[in-house]
Design a protein around this ligand. Structure first.
Ligand code: DAH
Length: 339
C-alpha cells in the first residue's frame, strides 16, 4: 500500500498542465471527496498497527504534495493571464508623449489670422474647386479679359465650368453674396496655378485674402490696417504702397515693407534696396460690389491678398519653397518652439 502511495506522489510531482480544466480534474482525482487521498484515509483503519505511522506520514505527504502542486499550477496560469490582460501598474510614471510640431505654413497662417481677429475680422472659407464666375467674372475679369493670363489656370470642366481656384479672391465674392455690409473678413486657403515648380514657385500654394466693406471706407483705412498688420507680424513699421494693377481693385497697389539692410542676407533678399514686396491690395472696384448686389453708391471697401509661403519663407529664412511641401520630419520638427 505504501508503495502505491509513493507512486502516486511521483505522479503528482510529474504532473504539469496549463489548462485550468485539467488542473481541476487532477484536483478532484486526488483531493476530491471520492479522490485517492480520502480513500487512503478511509483505509487507515485496516492498516496494521506497526505500519500505521509510516502509512500516515505517506498519505500526509501525498496530500501536501498534491495541494502544493495545484497551488503552483494555478498561480502560473494566473500570472500568464495577467500578463495578457490586466498587468497594468497604475503607480508607474507615465511615459512622455512625443509632441509633434505644426507645419510652418499653419503657424504663419494662424499668426496672420490672430492679428486680423484682434481688429474685428472674422474668417471665411470657400471651395478649392471653383466656377468661372467666382474666380474671374465677378471679380471684374470677364471672359477674354487679358488679365486672366496673369494667373495660369488649371481648368477642370467646360460645362458646367469648373476650375481650381487661382486665388482666394473668389471667397470675397462668395462672402459678399451671402453677407451684408459691414463686412470684415479674412479668407485663408489653398490656391492652384499651372506653373513650373522651382525654388520660387509651385503649382499650389496658400493665400490669405482680406476684405473690408462699409460706408465711407477709404484708402487711408487700408493703409492703416496694413501698417498695423506689418508691425504686428514683422515688427517693421515702414511700408510703402506702389501703384499696381488688379482688375478687382481700383486704385490698386503693391505693398512693400522696409526690411532693412543690416546683413548680407538683407542685401540678397531685398536685391540691395531694403524693400520687400509682401502683398497686393486696393479699393474694391465698384463693379465687383455691384456683381455681388452690394450698393456701390453707398458702400466702399478695400481688399488685400498675400501668399502665406512667401511670408513664411521671409520670416524663417527658407530659400526653397519646395521644402515646405516635402514633409521631411527633420525640417518640420524645427518649428516646435514657434507654436
Ligand atoms: N488675388 C491676387 C493674386 O492672387 C492678390 C490680391 C491683390 C488680392 C489685390 C486682393 C487684392 O484682394 O486687392 O495675385
Amino acid at each position: 500500500m505504501i508503495k502505491e502511495i509513493e507512486e502516486k506522489i511521483k505522479k503528482v510531482l510529474d504532473f504539469n498542465s496549463k489548462d485550468s480544466n485539467e488542473i481541476e480534474d487532477f484536483r478532484i482525482e486526488f483531493l476530491g471527496k471520492k479522490g485517492h487521498i480520502s480513500r487512503y484515509f478511509s483505509e487507515f483503519k485496516k492498516v496494521k498497527d506497526t505500519e500505521k505511522k509510516e502509512y500516515g506520514l505517506a498519505i500526509n505527504k501525498l496530500k501536501s504534495t498534491a495541494q502544493d502542486k495545484i497551488e503552483e499550477l494555478k498561480k502560473s496560469i494566473n500570472c500568464s493571464e495577467n500578463k495578457k490582460t490586466n498587468n497594468i501598474d497604475l503607480t508607474r510614471p507615465a511615459s512622455m508623449i512625443e509632441l509633434g510640431s505644426r507645419h510652418p505654413i499653419s503657424i504663419i497662417r494662424d499668426k496672420i489670422i490672430d492679428i486680423f481677429y484682434k481688429i474685428g475680422f472674422n474668417i471665411s472659407e470657400g471651395p478649392e474647386i471653383e466656377d468661372d464666375w467666382h474666380n474671374f467674372t465677378a471679380l471684374n475679369l470677364p471672359l477674354h479679359h487679358p488679365a486672366r493670363d496673369m494667373q495660369d489656370t488649371f481648368f477642370i470642366n467646360k460645362d458646367p465650368d469648373l476650375l481650381l481656384r487661382t486665388h482666394t479672391s473668389s471667397v470675397q465674392i462668395r462672402h459678399m453674396e451671402n453677407n451684408e455690409p459691414p463686412i470684415r473678413t479674412i479668407s485663408p486657403g489653398r490656391v492652384y496655378r499651372n506653373e513650373d515648380i522651382s525654388a520660387r514657385s509651385h503649382c499650389f500654394f496658400h493665400q490669405i485674402e482680406g476684405l473690408y466693406i462699409d460706408e465711407n471706407v477709404s484708402f487711408a483705412d487700408l493703409k492703416q490696417t496694413l501698417l498695423f498688420f506689418t508691425k504686428e507680424l514683422f515688427g517693421k513699421s515702414k511700408i510703402r504702397l506702389r501703384p499696381s494693377y488688379f482688375p478687382f481693385t481700383e486704385p490698386s497697389a503693391e505693398v512693400d515693407i522696409y526690411w532693412g539692410l543690416n546683413s548680407e542676407t538683407d542685401y540678397r533678399i531685398t536685391k540691395g534696396t531694403g524693400w520687400l514686396e509682401i502683398m497686393g491690395c486696393g479699393m474694391v472696384d465698384p463693379n465687383v460690389l455691384d456683381n455681388c448686389k452690394i450698393d456701390s453708391n453707398k458702400y466702399s471697401g478695400f481688399a488685400f491678398g498675400m501668399g502665406i509661403e512667401r511670408i513664411a519663407m521671409l520670416l524663417y529664412q527658407i530659400e526653397d519653397i519646395r521644402i515646405l511641401y516635402e514633409n521631411d520630419i527633420r525640417f518640420n520638427s524645427q518649428f516646435k518652439d514657434s507654436i
